[in-house]
Design a protein around this ligand. Sequence first.
Ligand SMILES: NC(=O)c1ccc[n+]([C@@H]2O[C@H](COP(=O)([O-])OP(=O)(O)OC[C@H]3O[C@@H](n4cnc5c(N)ncnc54)[C@H](O)[C@@H]3O)[C@@H](O)[C@H]2O)c1
Ligand SMILES: O=C(O)[C@H](O)COP(=O)(O)O
Length: 411
Amino acid sequence: MTTRHHSLAKNKIKFLMLEGVHARGLDEIRRQGYETIATEPKAPPPEQLLDMVEDVHFLGIRSRTQVTSQLLDRARKLTAIGCFCIGTDQVDLTEARRRGIPVFNAPYANTRSVAELVLAEIVMLLRGIPARNAAAHRGEWLKSARGSHEVRGKTLGILGYGHIGSQLGILAEGLGMRVIYYDIAAKLPLGNAEPVNTMSDVLARSDVVTVHVPDTELTRNMIDAQALEQMQAGAYLINAARGRIVDIPALADALRGGHLAGAAIDVFPVEPKGNDESFESELRGMDNVLLTPHIGGSTEEAQENIALDVATKLVRYSDNGSTMGAVNFPEVSLPDHASARRIMHIHRNEPGVLQAVNSVISKASVNIAAQYLQTLPDVGYVVMDLETDDAPALVRELDAIPATLRTRFLY
Ligand SMILES: NC(=O)c1ccc[n+]([C@@H]2O[C@H](COP(=O)([O-])OP(=O)(O)OC[C@H]3O[C@@H](n4cnc5c(N)ncnc54)[C@H](O)[C@@H]3O)[C@@H](O)[C@H]2O)c1
Ligand SMILES: O=C(O)[C@H](O)COP(=O)(O)O
């Protein structure tokens, strides 16, 4: 792989923002002096995207744009990626890091929106509202208490007690629910929530099971036929995490067979790329299933907060080299760079690289005003404030170090 470097005037730096990133993020980027921002309302087809990214420095996406190693190879100038959402499973994070590209997201900005939606869905499901609503639209009148329940005193089982799961637990306790949860990491219980030892415990004990884990190799199809069988007869399933976590044909069977009383599903293994494509799912037409178009985090509040958060992280990386908040990269928090030239060197983490970097600086008789280093097992990131008038010459020397992935400098 060849090394790349750049130090460009702001008006030459190109942003490509996909999937209708909220205007607040675009405004923030412009406010910081960047003028070239292309936007798209949806995720372009992969082939078209390959052409679009060729001269882009900063790419902004949401959950639908797949960033593959093929795309990264084409995006020769790509400096950083912003996921304007929580999930980052749509990006090949390792391949991005290996090319010296940090990936940022907004880890909390839509947490509350998802938790509120799921809370509302719990109430709707326990009252049988999806079926009663569908019937009323057809002119039927299902006035009956049969199968309708208060949520008070019922058990909510949370799989994945992270930001969303734990926030939801607090809200559900406010309605009088008992909350149990299972997480692969030890998590401090909030309120009266009870951690349990296995996913099976959650499945067997809960009136409503809700999934809040990321999409990983471990969680794909985590809710399969066997898991659904372990749920109580008449229980409900909610998935507002990622589509591949629940085996949809198995869920459809469990609903058709009457083992589950209903479900609320916001995310699907295959989702339309935009609002002009039709939505296909085996769950369509089932009156006891609440189907929503991946809008768990889609509130005005969340989208505005996300846009500001991620835009700020991209601009800070561009202006100052700080990688705080990167999900795949050594995190370096930096003061503003003042009079010295700031040079950023991203390299494969091999023995002797820092020595080689320092030897380039010392041979040039340049004083190091400050130096910051962070490493991950495969990649290192060193930032230097140098008292030099010839940063381009140093960049050329640093690029020649065999382990170099990328060198940038700021004027
Ligand atoms: N529907 C939407 O619009 C929407 C919006 C925001 C987030 N999400 C999805 O929700 C997911 C969760 O978000 P979050 O902010 O709570 O993430 P988080 O990282 O704060 O929490 C995830 C939790 O899951 C746990 N976990 C991971 N693998 C597990 C496993 N196999 N079994 C049990 N627990 C496991 C983690 O330890 C962590 O505590 C995100 O990854 C994203 O994919 C969807
Ligand atoms: O990961 C997330 O934050 C959610 O899935 C929201 O994704 P979206 O930005 O595509 O709505």
